[in-house]
Ligand binder design. Sequence first.
Ligand SMILES: Nc1ncnc2c1ncn2[C@@H]1O[C@H](COP(=O)(O)OP(=O)(O)OP(=O)(O)O)[C@@H](O)[C@H]1O
Length: 595
Amino acid sequence: MEFATFADRAGTIDAEPADLEIVAHVRELLAEAGDESEERRSSGAAGEPQTLEIVARFAQGRVFPAWDSTTLDIGPSACYEAIARAAGTNVSSDDVEDRLAEIGEIGDVAASYDFGGQQGLGAFTGGGADDSGGDSSGGLTVREVYDTLEELAAAEGSGSQDRKVDLLFGLFNRCSSEEARYLARIVLSEMRIGVGEGTVRDAIAAAFNVPEDRVERALQVSNDYGQVARIARDEGVDGLDALDLAVGRPVQAMLAQAGTVTEALEEWEETGVEWKYDGARIQLHHDPGDSGPAGESAAETRVFSRNMEDVTEALPEVVEFAEETLEEPAILDGEVVAIDEGGSPLPFQEVLKRFRRKHDVAKAREDVSVRPVFFDCLHADGEDLLADPLTVRHDRLRSVLVGADSDPESADDEDIEGLSLLWRTDDPDEIESIDADALEAGHEGIMLKDPDSAYSPGRRGKHWRKRKPDVETLDCVVTGAEWGEGRRATFLGTFELSVRAGDTLETVGKVATGITDEKLAELTELLEPHIAAEEGQEVDLEPAVVFEVGYEEIQSSPTYSSGYALRFPRFQGVRHDKDPDDADSLERLERLRGH
Ligand SMILES: Nc1ncnc2c1ncn2[C@@H]1O[C@H](COP(=O)(O)OP(=O)(O)OP(=O)(O)O)[C@@H](O)[C@H]1O
C-alpha cells in the first residue's frame, strides 16, 4: 500500500465526526491493506509484519505492538529538524517550532510545508507521483515507512541521534504534504484521528467477519492489534480463540474505580477486601526454564510497569524474588513497595526513586530497597486464568508463591512472602477493621473487589474499587470514648462524635479507624482530663476536644440522638484550633447529606 493511500484514508477518518462512520472507514482501510494481492506486492522478509499489521498499528499512531517496549527514541526537536531539512534550505527547526507555537499541532505544521524539492521523484521510483506541487508523492509505501522507522528505532550509540534525523529526513523528503502530516503524527505518537482501541476492534471484526467479543479477547491476551487483524483475516475465529497469553509479553493492567464500602456490600454477596499498597504497579513474567547441563539456571524474568514498559533492570529485588520463589512459568500482577530497614512501607515517592532508573541501580538500591507484593495471577504453568473468578486466581497465586520449602496445605497465608491477603466478608465492621489494620501497617487503605469477577485487562470497571477518599470532612466534638482491651487497655479508643444542635450536642457516630497506637496514646493524654463519668469501659467526656473526621456517607439512623449516622467514619486529626462552639452543626450535616 502506498503511504499516500494511507494518508488519504487517514484524512477522511480525521474529517469524520461520527463514530460509526469512523469504524466503517477503518474497516475499509484494513480490508484494503489486507487484500491478498496487496500483501504479495509489498510482502516483507519472513517474520516481518505484513502491511495489514502495520496499517492496523499506524491507524492508532503506533509503530510497534503495545506489548513491545521498543520506542523510536526520538524527541520532538529531532523531528522538527528533519521536517526543516526536507522543507528546504531556508527553513530551520526554529521556524518549525515557531509555526508549531502558532498552529498548535505538528501534523498541520508538517503539512504546511512544501516538500516539493522531490517533485517527480516518483516517476523514477515507479511510484504514483503527480505534478500537483506540494502534493507530489515520492512513491513511498507503508512498508518503506515502517522499515525505516524500525531502522531508526534500532539506531544506538554515538551518532545515533544524527542517524535518526537523517533517516527521518529521508522519509519527509519523499512525502507529499498530506503524507507528511500523518508521518509527523505517527513519529510523535500524536495520531489523534479519532481511532481508539474500540474502533480498531470493531473494524477488525467487520472487515474479516468475526465476532467482536472474540476479537476483544484476542486483543486482551496478545496486546497486538496488528497480529489480531492478520489472524482474523487468515485463520478466522479459530485462530483468534487459539491465541493465548505468553510469558514475557505484557498484558494491560486491570484498573479500579473509586467506590464505597456501602456500594460494594449492596452489590456483591460477599466483598473481597485487600490492602491497598502505596507503591507502583508491576507485572511479573517469569519462566524458570530448564536447568542447563551444569545446573545453571535458564530462568527468564521480566518486570513491566503499568504502561507495559520494561522496568526489569531497575528492580533487581523483584527478579531475585522470582528466581528464589517461583518454580513454574507465571504472570503475576502486583505492586512494588519501598520499604525501610525494618521492612515497613515508605511513601510512594520513595518507589519513584527506583522505578525507572537505568543507571546506578546498585547504589539506588542501597538507599531505598523495594519489595514486591502480588494480588493476582493471570497465568500459571501454561494455563491462562483471565476468565476465572478472582478467588480461583488468588488460590492459584497462593500456590505459585508458597515456594518449594513450605507445605502448601498448612502454610499460613500471612507467612507466604509476596502474597497480598484476600479477605471475603459481608460484614461492614470486619471491613472497617481491615481498613484500620492496613492504615496502621502504613498502607494506603483498602481495595474492594468482586470475588466472582474475571480479570479484564485495560478495563477500569466496577469489579475493582478503591475506597473513595473522603470528599468532605466534619469537625465533631468528642463526647465519649471506651477504654481499649488487651495491649490497648490503657488507651481510650472508639470515640463518640457529636455535632452542635442549638445549645446542645447530638451524637452522630463513633470513630475507631485510622488511628495508630502512638496516636491513641496522644489522644488519651489529651482527653483523660475531661472525663466526666465512667462506667465499665464506657467513658463520658465533657465537650472540649474537636476531631476532624472523614466518612463515606451520612445515613438516617435511630442509633444516634441526631437521627443520623456517619458511615465508615475515619479519624483525620485533632482540630486544636477549634473549640466545641466552632464544631460543625446538625444543619451542616443535613446540608451535606442532601448533596
Ligand atoms: N491490592 C491491590 N489490588 C489492586 N491494585 C492495588 C492493590 N494495592 C495497590 N494497588 C494499586 O492501586 C492502583 C489503583 O488505585 P488508583 O486508582 O489510586 O491508582 P492510580 O494509578 O493512582 O490511579 P488510577 O488507576 O485511577 O489512574 C492499582 O493500579 C495498583 O497500582
